[in-house]
Design a protein around this ligand. Structure first.
Ligand SMILES: Cc1cc2nc3c(=O)[nH]c(=O)nc-3n(C[C@H](O)[C@H](O)[C@H](O)COP(=O)(O)OP(=O)(O)OC[C@H]3O[C@@H](n4cnc5c(N)ncnc54)[C@H](O)[C@@H]3O)c2cc1C
Length: 489
C-alpha cells in the first residue's frame, strides 16, 4: 500500500513510525518548511530553546511511555514539578497547599470557601451544562472565582458560562477538593493518588518527564527514523485539495515552496490537518450542511513571547499561572527550569516564555513583535518577577489553532462530518488534536497515530474510542469517559 499522511506533528509522525516499522510505503506532507513536531516542536533562537507552551511528558498509557523511552533513552529526564498561581497580588502553590492557601486567603475567606463547597455539594448535578456549573458543583463558587474563572476565560476568550462542561470533565476529572487537601498534607502517598483503574490523577502529579532538549528533540528523532526506514517526509508542502470519488479518496494535491501544484495518488490517507480545513479542501465540494458544520468548528490561537533575561536564577517554578485580570499574560514558563539544556552551555541567563491566548487576527495577534515585546516586559515587571535584570534578547512565535474549542454544539458538528466522511472517504482516517477536534495532549495524538497505522495493517480500532488519557477504551468495559456523541458514532 502507498499511504499519504498529512502533517508531521506527533500524530502524523507516530502513524508514519508504526507504518515504516511494518515495511509500508509512506509519504508525509508537512506545510512547515523547517520544523517537524507541530505544536510540540521546540524553537531554537540564538542558542536558547523553548516550547510553544511548556510540554510535560506524562501519560497513563504504558505503550506511549515505552515509545518515548525507546526513542529518547537517557535523554528523557525526570523533573520535579514546581508551579504556582498568581492571584490577587499573591502567589499560591499549585497544586494547592492548605497552609500556603490559608496564609494567602486569611481565615475569613478560607471559611467562606469551605462553606461554599459544602453548599455546592448539596446542589443537583443534573443542572451541570457549562464549565462554570461543573466547577462550582465540584469546588464551590468561592474557589471557582479564585482559581478557575479568570484563567479559564483568558485561555478561551469567552465567559465560563459559555464553555461546555465537557472541557472541565475532560481536563480536571478525577480531582476533588478532599483529595487535593489530603494530598497536600502528604497523607495520600504516590500509590494512593491512583484512580480505580490504577492511573495517576493528572492534576496532582508532582513529577513529569521531559526530553533534555525539549519535545522537538523527540519528533526530530522520530522523523529521522521514518526516513532511515524508507519513508518520505516532504517539508514546506501544504495539502490544498483532497479529491474523492466513489466513496474513496483518489488523490491529494499539494503546493510546495515553488507554488506549483502537484497531485499524488495513495491507497489510503491519514489526516492530522484541522477538521475545518480538511472539509474546505475536499473536492467535489461537500454539501452545504457539512460545510456549515465545519465552519462552526472554532479554534483558540496562542502566541508566546520568549524573553532572555540577564539573570541566572529568577524564580524556582517551571511555570506560573497568571490569574490576575490586570495583565493579559496567561502563563509564564521558565525554560531553564524544565531542563538546563534549554539554555546555551554555561549560560548565566534565563529564558522566560510569556504565553498569551488570543484569536487569529485580534488585537494581540496582530500587534507588532515590538509591541508584544513591550507588553511582555511591562507585565513581567508588574508581576515583580525580574527585578531590575535587563532583557537582552527576545523572540515572538504565533501558533494558529492551538486549541480546538468545545462550545455548545461542537459534538453535533463533528458527528455530521464524521458520518459524511464514513460514506465518502472510507480510506481516510482522522487522527490527532485538530484532526479530530479533540483537546488532547501528545499521548492521545500518538495513540491515534499508532492505531490508524494498525488499521491499515488489518486491525480494527475505533480511533474515537481513545480517550483524553490515551487509553483505548473499546476493549475496556467502561465507556463513561467517552463523549456521548462518540458513543453513537
Ligand atoms: C500551549 C500548549 C501547551 C501544551 N502542553 C502540552 C503538554 O504539556 N504535554 C503534552 O503532551 N501536550 C501538550 N500540548 C498538546 C500538544 O501540543 C498536542 O497534543 C500535539 O502537538 C498534537 O499533535 P498533532 O500531530 O495532532 O497536531 P499538531 O501538533 O498540530 O501537528 C499537526 C501538523 O500538521 C501540519 N499541517 C496542518 N495542516 C496541513 C496541511 N494542509 N498540509 C500539510 N501539513 C499540515 C501542521 O503544520 C503541523 O505540523 C500543548 C499544546 C499547547 C497549545
Amino acid at each position: 500500500m502507498k499511504i499519504g499522511i498529512i502533517g508531521a506533528g506527533p500524530a502524523g509522525l507516530s502513524a508514519a513510525y508504526e507504518l515504516v516499522k511494518r515495511g509500508q510505503d509512506v509519504v508525509v506532507f508537512e506545510q512547515d518548511p523547517q520544523f517537524v513536531g507541530g505544536i510540540s516542536r521546540t524553537v531554537e533562537h540564538h542558542g536558547y530553546r523553548f516550547d510553544l507552551g511548556g510540554h510535560r511528558f506524562f501519560s497513563k498509557s504504558r505503550e506511549v511511555e515505552n515509545f518515548w523511552e525507546d526513542i529518547l533513552g537517557d535523554d528523557l529526564i525526570v523533573r520535579r514539578r514546581i508551579s504556582r498561581i498568581f492571584f490577587d497580588g499573591k502567589f499560591y502553590d499549585y497544586p494547592l497547599k492548605p497552609l500556603n492557601a490559608f496564609r494567602n486567603m486569611g481565615a475569613r475567606n478560607t471559611a467562606l470557601c469551605l462553606l461554599d463547597y459544602i453548599r455546592a455539594k448539596s446542589s443537583d448535578p443534573k443542572d451541570i451544562r457549562t464549565f462554570e456549573d461543573w466547577v462550582v458543583f465540584h469546588f464551590g463558587r468561592q474557589l471557582y472565582e479564585m482559581f478557575f474563572k479568570a484563567y479559564t476565560e483568558k485561555v478561551w476568550g469567552r465567559p465560563c458560562n459559555e464553555i461546555s462542561a465537557d472541557w472541565a470533565a475532560q481536563r480536571i476529572k478525577g480531582l476533588n477538593l478532599y483529595s487535593a487537601i489530603k494530598d497536600s498534607f502528604g497523607l495520600s502517598g504516590r500509590s494512593k493518588r491512583k484512580t480505580r483503574n490504577g492511573a495517576v490523577v493528572k492534576s496532582l502529579i508532582d513529577e513529569f518527564r521531559y526530553p533534555k532538549f525539549g519535545p522537538g528533540m523527540l519528533w526530530e528523532k522520530v522523523a529521522s527514523h521514518v526516513t532511515s526506514q524508507g519513508g518520505q517526509i516532504i517539508m514546506g508542502t501544504k495539502v490544498t485539495h483532497i479529491l474523492h470519488q466513489d466513496g474513496k479518496i483518489r488523490s491529494i494535491q499539494t503546493t510546495g515552496v515553488t507554488k506549483e501544484s502537484q497531485t499524488h495518488i495513495f491507497d489510503a490517507v491519514i489526516s492530522t490537518m484541522p477538521m475545518r480545513s480538511l472539509v474546505r479542501s475536499l473536492y467535489p465540494e461537500v454539501p452545504h450542511t457539512i460545510k456549515e458544520a465545519a465552519e462552526k468548528l472554532h479554534y483558540r490561537d496562542f502566541l508566546i513571547v520568549a524573553l532572555v533575561v540577564d539573570a541566572a536564577s529568577l524564580f524556582p517554578d517551571n511555570w506560573i499561572y497568571i490569574h490576575d485580570p490586570q495583565v493579559k499574560v496567561g502563563r509564564i514558563q521558565n525554560f531553564g527550569n524544565w531542563s538546563s539544556h534549554m539554555l546555551p552551555p554555561r549560560s548565566r541567563t534565563s529564558c522566560v516564555g510569556m504565553e498569551y491566548f488570543c484569536f487569529e487576527g485580534d488585537g494581540l495577534w496582530s500587534s507588532t513583535d515590538t509591541d508584544l515585546l513591550n507588553l511582555a516586559k511591562n507585565e513581567l515587571s508588574y508581576l515583580g518577577l525580574i527585578g531590575h535584570h535587563p532583557i537582552i534578547d527576545s523572540k515572538v512565535v504565533r501558533v494558529p489553532k492551538a486549541y480546538p474549542v468545545y462550545d455548545d454544539d461542537y459534538q453535533t458538528h463533528i458527528q455530521s462530518i464524521v458520518d459524511y466522511l464514513r460514506d465518502r472517504a472510507s480510506n481516510l482516517q482522522l487522527i490527532g488534536r485538530n484532526g479530530m477536534h479533540r483537546y488532547n495532549n501528545q499521548d492521545h495524538a500518538i495513540m491515534t497515530g499508532f492505531l490508524a497505522a494498525r488499521n491499515l495493517l488489518g486491525e480494527h480500532h475505533d480511533l474515537w474510542a481513545v480517550n483524553g488519557d490515551a487509553e483505548y477504551l473499546e476493549e475496556v468495559n467502561d465507556d463513561r469517559h467517552v463523549p456521548k456523541f462518540l458513543k453513537q458514532a
